[in-house]
Each structure stands twice: as C-alpha cells, then as structure tokens.
Design a protein around this ligand. Structure first.
Ligand SMILES: [Fe+2]
Length: 476
C-alpha cells in the first residue's frame, strides 16, 4: 500500500466511491421489451480506504453492479462485497494482492498455501449451478445473493483433487453439457496446471494435470466441444523463488518476460485423453481469448494479443491517472491448430489491428463458429481509455463503431433476442462514463447497426470496471 492520494489525484474513472445505490433508472429511448434478465458487472469500486491506497487498477476493492431489465425498465443496484479483503481494508490493511504491496512471492504464497487465500473477487460474476460467485485469480470464491448483492460467504472445493494456488477467473461455459471449465496453477518444486470441469462449484473432474517448470501467467483460455486449449505465454515465474529470500516486490513483478521461449499451446482432450499435444507459436502476450470452435477437425480460436507483458505495467494507477497510456492496443488474432492430435501445427493471422479491449461474442455462439466480435475500441497505440464500442466482422473485416464524444465505454455485452435468426440480432449493453456529466450511463445499442436504442444515467460515476455477465434467467 502507499499513502493515499488526494481525491483530486483520482481522475474520473480511476476515482473511488463509497455509496451504494438501489434505484430505478430514468430511460431515454426505448429498451426492447424482450430484454428481460440481469446484467452483473464487477470491478474496483474504490482504490483508497482511509489513509491507504493501492497502486494498480486490478487491486481496487470489489464492487458489483446489477442492472435488471423488465418491460422496458432498468433497475440499478451496486454493492461492495463484504470480503475479508474489504474488512482488512477497513482495519487499515489495504493490500492489493496483484500488483500492490511489498511482500515477497514466498510470503504471498505462504499466505495462499497456509492461510486463507486473498478474496478481493473483483473480476467477474459467474453462476455455477445455482450459486452466483464473484471471482478473482485466487481459489477462494465469494458467493453473493443475486437480488440484494449481499455477500453470502466463501466457496472452495472439497474434492479429492489438489487445489491450486491460483485459479483462472475466466471460467468457460459449455451450454451443450451445462458445465464450466477452468484451471488452477499449483506451485511447488514440481508445479502443475490442473484443468477441470465442474457441474457445481463443489464438485470437479480433473481433465489433465500438466507438469510445468515455470508456470506462466494465463488470464484466460480457449474451450471447444472436445478440447481445452491453454495458451502459455512466455511470462512466467520460477517457483523455486518461493524458497529463496531476496525477491521483493508485488506478486506480478516476480514474473519474467522470456520471449525466446515462445508461446506453448497445450491441447487437452475433454473426453479423458489428457494432453494430446503441446504446440509451439511465436512469443506473444494477451489477457483474453474471445471464443473457440472446431472446424473440420482443426481448433480455431480468437485471441486479443499485445506484443509483450508490458501491458500489465501500463495498467498501474500512476500511469493511468497521469494519462500515460502510450501502450500497444489489443489486436485480434485468429489461431488455427491444424490436426490437433497429429502434427498440431499452429497458424496465426491478424483479424483486426486497430485497438481493441475486452472482446466478447454472443453467448449463442459460445464454443461454436462466430462471426461478430464486440469490443471496446481504442486508438492504436492507445492514447486514452476506450472511446468507442466496435463490432468486428471476422468474415469480411468490416468494422462498425459507436462512439459518443466525451464517453468512455466498458466491455460490451451482447444479449441475443430470443428466437432471433441472426448472430447479431440483439442488443449490446455497455456502461459509458460521461465525463461531461460526471456520471455513468447504461447504453443499449442495436447489435446489428451499433446505433443507440436507449440510455439510462446512473446516480453516480462508476470507476472503470472489468467484466460483465448477462443472465436471462434471472428476472425480477
Ligand atoms: Fe479478464
């Protein structure tokens, strides 16, 4: 932690709030009457508690937003998760977990292994079985009441398989099997990636345990009907550092960028065959896989890439607040693994070189061939927070953009119209930060044309957040 900056040092978007609201929003335009369900968004609500503050965007205290849609109306609620991290922050121990703090990796892992893992679950909200879970990259999930957003307690595995020290927060959901897939990283003298499926958060089935000498930082992965694909970027850590004194600094600073190692692509058979191949690809780095599918026996997935892991540093609050965003914007690459159980040759081509961030597709095409990718739009290189929402046609290369001067946009979430007959028949939900009005605005865009259909101002400005998930079954 570091000394608290004055409020004036917190520009809009990287500011801190403490109010919790629960109110119907005034709507201009028309929210489609078929839009019935709930959007959860998760992200940092405050970077400062009392005298303490954190240094990195990823380290703000988790605050969940809920947008409920019914009969053209929108109801908004926000609430901080009452986690152990939240309680500790109130007690003067605001410690970010990812890129803030001075503890050694050994200390951090000691805490992970022998004490309760860090629980500032600010990345996303998922539903697993009947439980709604807030997630971060430690294996300690936080349950929440989907109506009140009240924190309901911790959820951890009880299963016989080894639990990891880190967990991928980007679970992939397979609608056909009604199951989630993710992986843990277990550090040790012999480290492992444990890839597993779960039908509820209390039971899991390990698909493969992959031994690894230097575990990499992998924020997401790809899932197809038959395969799990781990894209292992050369941004990794020597786990033996756990047992040696002297490596100081925040958790993520213990990772090294080693481009000469290239990118390894582990292909896991979901039907019990374990690792069928480990393929090679040039060095790259990325946070988000977009979607994956199978095409005539090949595995195809889209990945948002940046040239190297410097992206993590550019997301420090000092850099962001200074407007120092001289970073490479994300690009969309398409990977094809030809003959995954044979030669496993990796082909890669650029789909879109403009700036993207937090790309998504319609949930109707998860694990299936997709055509349209929705993403935040940035300059290339990035000079400011995303000022557009883009729809990228991966077949034609056409790009349709929505922007509105003065607005910065969150990750777009596409909601398909029930019984729609096109992939882009639906709406895109995004939350804009209206810098002119000092408040956030829910914006509803047409999924085909990217024109604005409705907007609903919030009672306050929400700090820039991470991920949303829309649950059509959660109606009010
Ligand atoms: Fe993410």
């Amino acid at each position: 932690m570091s000394d608290s900056p004055a409020a004036t040092d917190e520009p809009l978007g990287f500011h801190s709030i403490d109010d919790e609201r629960d109110e119907r929003l005034a709507v201009t335009g028309a929210v489609p009457s078929w839009l019935s369900g709930t959007l959860f968004r998760n992200g940092p609500g405050t970077f400062r508690v009392g005298e303490d503050s954190v240094d990195h965007w990823f380290d703000g205290l988790a605050m969940v937003q809920r947008y409920s849609f019914a009969d053209g109306a929108v109801h908004y609620r926000n609430r901080f998760l009452r986690t152990d991290a939240y309680a500790a922050a109130q007690d003067g121990e605001f410690d970010g977990g990812f890129a803030t703090g001075t503890s050694t990796l050994r200390d951090r892992l000691y805490d992970t292994l022998f004490a309760e893992p860090y629980d500032n679950t600010n990345i996303i909200v998922e539903r697993v079985g009947e439980e709604y879970l807030a997630l971060t990259e430690s294996p300690r999930w936080v349950g929440l009441d989907p109506e009140t957003l009240a924190t309901t307690g911790h959820v951890q595995y009880d299963g016989p398989a080894p639990a990891g020290d880190l967990t991928c927060a980007h679970f992939q959901y397979d609608p056909a099997r009604d199951t989630h897939v993710t992986f843990d990283v277990e550090f040790g003298r012999q480290s492992h990636y444990h890839v597993y499926e779960m039908r509820s958060p209390r039971r899991r089935q390990v698909l493969a345990s992959i031994p690894v000498d230097r575990p990499a930082y992998m924020h997401s992965f790809a899932l197809t009907p038959n395969y799990v694909v781990l894209t292992e970027f050369p941004f990794d850590v020597n786990p033996l550092a756990f047992f040696k004194p002297g490596r100081q600094g925040p958790f993520v600073e213990n990772f090294d960028w080693r481009p000469a190692a290239g990118t390894r692509v582990h292909i896991v058979d979901r039907t019990g065959g374990g690792v069928v191949a480990t393929a090679r690809s040039p060095a790259t780095f990325g946070f988000h896989h977009v979607n994956a599918f199978e095409d005539d026996g090949d595995i195809v997935f889209d990945l948002e890439t940046v040239p190297d892991a410097a992206a993590i540093e550019t997301l420090s609050l000092a850099a962001l607040r200074a407007g120092d965003l001289d970073a490479f914007g994300g690009r969309l690459h398409r990977y094809r693994i030809v003959d995954p159980e044979g030669t496993a040759r990796v082909e890669r081509r650029l789909l879109y070189g403009g700036g993207t961030a937090l790309p998504t597709v319609s949930p109707d095409v998860w694990l299936d061939r997709h055509r349209y990718v929705y993403s935040q739009g940035t300059d290339q290189p990035v000079t400011e927070w995303p000022t557009a929402v883009r729809k990228i046609d991966t077949e034609t290369g056409d790009v349709v953009e929505y922007d509105d001067t003065g607005d910065h946009f969150s990750e777009p979430i596409f909601v398909p119209r029930p019984d729609g007959d096109r992939e882009d028949d639906g709406v895109v939900l995004t939350v804009a930060l209206d810098t002119g009005a000092d408040r956030s605005v829910l914006v509803v865009l047409d999924g085909e044309t990217m024109t604005e259909r409705a907007r609903a101002p919030l009672p306050h400005a929400v700090p820039f957040d991470f991920h949303g998930r829309y649950f059509p079954e959660l109606t009010v």
